[in-house]
Design a protein around this ligand. Structure first.
Ligand SMILES: Cc1ncc(COP(=O)(O)O)c(C=O)c1O
Length: 461
């Protein structure tokens, strides 16, 4: 009989399980929940699933984006206002973002990729075509490919397998004489070790850029991400911690970077909000060298859809509480399951305040666990745990980087980046609980403990 995985993945048969000696295991360690778990048959072998909360209730806990009546009302009001001033929502969002993120300058964009493109354009004020920029290979393509339009060339940096964020040790080895900037990406909401990156950058004369697409509300040593580098970006795409369905934000420490990035894709900010507007701070001052481009910008139209700004203004009210709820659930679950042999989570330093994007990333060391990732995932899924194998892009493996015609000069494409390989071989993405639900946390913890109690019987490869 086939046991269906919850994700519709390949099923683990009861016969496979029995073949490996995995019938109900007796011998309980009396009194402990792990001992009790050992006395129960795994769901994958015909036992009862550990997760019993009804599917509808679970779906409500996992639901994202968390739009409700407040967002619907705000959207209807904005639409009914039927006014060209509707773009003021963008300016309002920018003001709110500056207050929240602590950045001196920001500009809203239609998505994170357009904010990245504008950021690379801003760098052309001092970096000539042919300049190399260090980037983590473990990222979204939109963080790297837009640099092509300005003749920049990526140098792929590995990630630290303990954190899944940029490895400064590898950056030291990968740097070339043409490198003038380095990009940090705060993977899954965990800040990079920005103190180490900034020390390295200072030593080697590099401009620091931050991709904060996963990390709305994260900080290190009390300083929010987006403030450690000279420029950075956020994405507000629907899955992100702050979702606007689509949307992005560029953040800048330097006025001229802001003005140049803004003028690239915003033909009205060069002057529109100056006269009589409460949002003059996000327009270009009368002294700006870019003010004369009012009416044309510099050729792109990358403005955020104002209804995305409406959604985001409403969502921002809840961001802090939402992050705290998710963190609380993750802590309760991980403090328990990371006691199990072979399971761990990305290392978060004491001086880092992380958030969670997309999933609760758990590392599985198959040798220590004594079972394969595929088998563990199948067994957990049968217990009712929403979990899958993590496999995030390693950009250096994509065709576009190996074809010289797309680049000022051919990028040096590494064959293997061991940190990326290790993270992708070990990653398990456990669903994030977006609402407080101790009952489901308990059921998930018990599901892991139950699978671990039987792990000797699971396939090793
Ligand atoms: C790390 C990273 N950078 C940049 C982006 C680009 O953002 P957007 O999808 O809003 O263009 C994403 C989107 O997923 C991302 O994950």
């Amino acid at each position: 009989m086939k046991t269906q995985s919850k994700r519709g993945g390949p099923a683990f048969t009861r016969r496979d399980f029995l073949k490996t000696g995995g019938a109900i295991v007796g011998g309980m360690a009396a009194g402990t929940s792990r001992g009790q778990a050992k006395g129960e048959a795994l769901a994958v072998a015909g036992g009862s699933p550990a997760v019993t909360l009804p599917a509808k209730e679970r779906a409500a806990i996992f639901k994202w984006p968390p739009y409700g009546d407040a967002e619907k009302r705000a959207l209807v009001e904005a639409i009914e206002s039927n006014s060209t001033d509707i773009y003021d929502f963008n300016a309002r969002l920018e003001e709110k973002w500056k207050a929240f993120n602590g950045v001196p300058f920001c500009k809203s964009h239609m998505n994170g990729t357009s904010a990245l493109t504008s950021m690379y354009f801003a760098l052309t004020r001092e970096l000539p075509p042919g300049t190399e920029i260090m980037v983590p290979s473990y990222t979204f393509f939109g963080a790297i490919l837009p640099m092509r339009f300005f003749g920049f060339v990526p140098v792929f940096v590995d990630i630290d397998p303990r954190t899944a964020t940029l490895s400064v040790e590898h950056a030291r080895k990968a740097i070339t004489p043409k490198c003038r900037a380095i990009m940090a990406m705060h993977s899954w909401g965990l800040p990079c070790e920005m103190d180490k990156i900034n020390d390295f950058a200072k030593e080697r004369g590099l401009i620091v850029l931050e991709d904060c697409a996963h990390a709305h509300g994260a900080s290190m040593q009390g300083k929010p991400v987006g403030n450690w580098g000279r420029m950075g970006i956020y994405s507000f795409q629907a899955t992100k911690p702050l979702p606007g369905i689509e949307g992005g934000m560029g953040v800048y420490q330097d006025r001229e970077d802001f003005e140049r990035a803004a003028a690239f894709g915003h033909y009205e900010v060069c002057g529109k909000y100056i006269a009589g507007s409460p949002y003059a701070a996000n327009a270009l001052s009368s002294e700006s060298a870019y003010r004369k481009y009012q009416g044309t910008g510099l050729g792109m139209k990358l403005r955020m859809h104002p209804l995305a700004a409406v959604l985001l203004l409403s969502q921002m009210e809840k961001l802090g509480a939402q992050n705290a709820t998710i963190n609380g659930q993750v802590r309760r679950l991980n403090d328990r399951i990371c006691q199990l042999p072979g399971l761990s989570e990305p290392v978060c330093r004491k001086d880092q305040e992380r958030v969670y994007y997309n999933s609760n990333l758990i590392f599985l060391d198959e040798a220590k666990a004594g079972a394969s990732r595929a088998a563990v995932i199948r067994a957990l899924a049968a217990e009712g745990v929403s979990v899958g194998a993590g496999n995030y892009p390693e950009n250096h493996k994509f065709a576009v980087y190996s074809e010289p015609e797309w680049w000022h000069h051919a990028p040096d494409v590494p064959k293997v980046l061991p940190g990326c390989e290790e993270v992708n071989a070990r990653a398990m993405n456990v669903a994030l609980f977006r609402k407080d639900c101790p009952e489901l946390v308990e059921q998930y913890a018990r599901a892991f403990e139950k699978v671990w109690a039987h792990r000797d019987a699971l396939p090793k490869s």
